[in-house]
Design a binder for this molecule. Structure first.
Ligand code: ADP
Ligand code: MG
Length: 273
């Protein structure tokens, strides 16, 4: 009886010491799982190797979850634009297959670009964000920015003579999402830094971008025909091009809502679309 109590006392002491050491060694996953793993090991009569494996698995899982949390925050991807909220049935079958094939992240390994074109409201931003989000969940490093913010950032860096450093920082991300290239008209200076960025990333990291403008109108973005050709050439060389030539999702949603509201026949609604 006395011996048993002694052993129990030892167990508590040991557990406390182990918990302290796991904290000091920064092993939060093992620390959180330790007591439960001891219980399971006693109940199921596990050997010490299995016990150790179970603990290490918990630490690995905790670290991976934290890493993905960190990558999610760092990505600056807009909230809610994921595949969970994206209706894939709206995509033409060919496009859906293309998007499906991007899932495994091979395009990031091959440093391929994904270029999404289409009219406003066709779902370009949502689709690209969903693709990027899927990669973050697989532990890949992504950064989302709009074209306007990006050029402002690069131009400020150039003025401060820190452009090289800014490009280096961007190069740390495996995917750079540039939303809405060509949507706002930019000055020559702004376009010059954008071109510098694209040239810097060429074959070194993926660029994922959306645009309302087809390539044929990209001279409006880059102003100069030579620069335009050079930019398109670098982007297209290793790329997957997605064309979302479909009706505006916003328009369709608004029409659906109005129809439900007024009970007006569909034909009447088409007229003012
Ligand atoms: P674009 O960038 O082409 O202008 P967005 O991606 O911003 O279009 O889409 C417009 C709105 O419609 C957004 O609120 C978006 O979440 C929604 N949307 C577009 N396509 C889909 C889709 N297939 N499933 C669910 N929501 C969609
Ligand atoms: Mg958009």
């Amino acid at each position: 009886m006395g011996a048993r109590r002694d052993k129990g006392h030892h167990g508590t002491e040991t557990r406390k010491l182990v918990a302290e050491m796991l904290a000091a060694l920064h092993l939060p996953g093992m620390r959180a799982a330790y007591e439960e793993c001891v219980r399971t090991a006693l109940q199921e009569n596990l050997g010490c190797e299995e016990f150790l494996r179970m603990l290490l698995e918990r630490e690995t899982e905790t670290r991976e979850a934290r890493r993905i949390e960190r990558l999610t925050v760092q990505s600056r991807l807009p909230h809610g634009k994921t595949f969970a909220t994206f209706d894939r049935r709206r995509l033409p079958p060919g496009t859906a297959r293309m998007v499906e094939a991007l899932g495994d992240g091979g395009f990031l390994d091959r440093r391929e670009n994904v270029l999404v074109f289409g009219n406003p409201g066709s779902g370009k931003t949502h689709l690209l964000c969903a693709i990027a989000d899927e990669q973050v969940r697989r532990g890949r490093s992504v950064l989302f920015t709009t074209c306007s913010l990006l050029v402002q950032h690069l131009l400020a860096a150039k003025r401060d003579l820190t452009l090289a450093g800014a490009l280096k920082k961007l190069a740390r991300h495996e995917a750079l999402v540039i939303d809405d290239i060509g949507y706002v008209q930019h000055s020559r200076d702004e376009m010059e830094v954008l071109f510098t960025l694209l040239a810097d990333r060429y074959e070194r990291g993926s660029v994922l971008l959306t645009s309302n403008l087809p390539f044929s109108q990209w001279e409006r973005i880059f102003k100069d025909p030579m620069v335009t050709a050079a930019a398109i050439d670098r982007l297209v060389h290793h790329s997957i091009i997605v064309e979302l030539n479909m009706a505006s999702y916003r328009m369709a949603a608004a029409q659906k809502a109005r129809k439900a509201d007024s009970g007006m026949p569909a034909a009447a609604m088409e007229a003012d679309a």
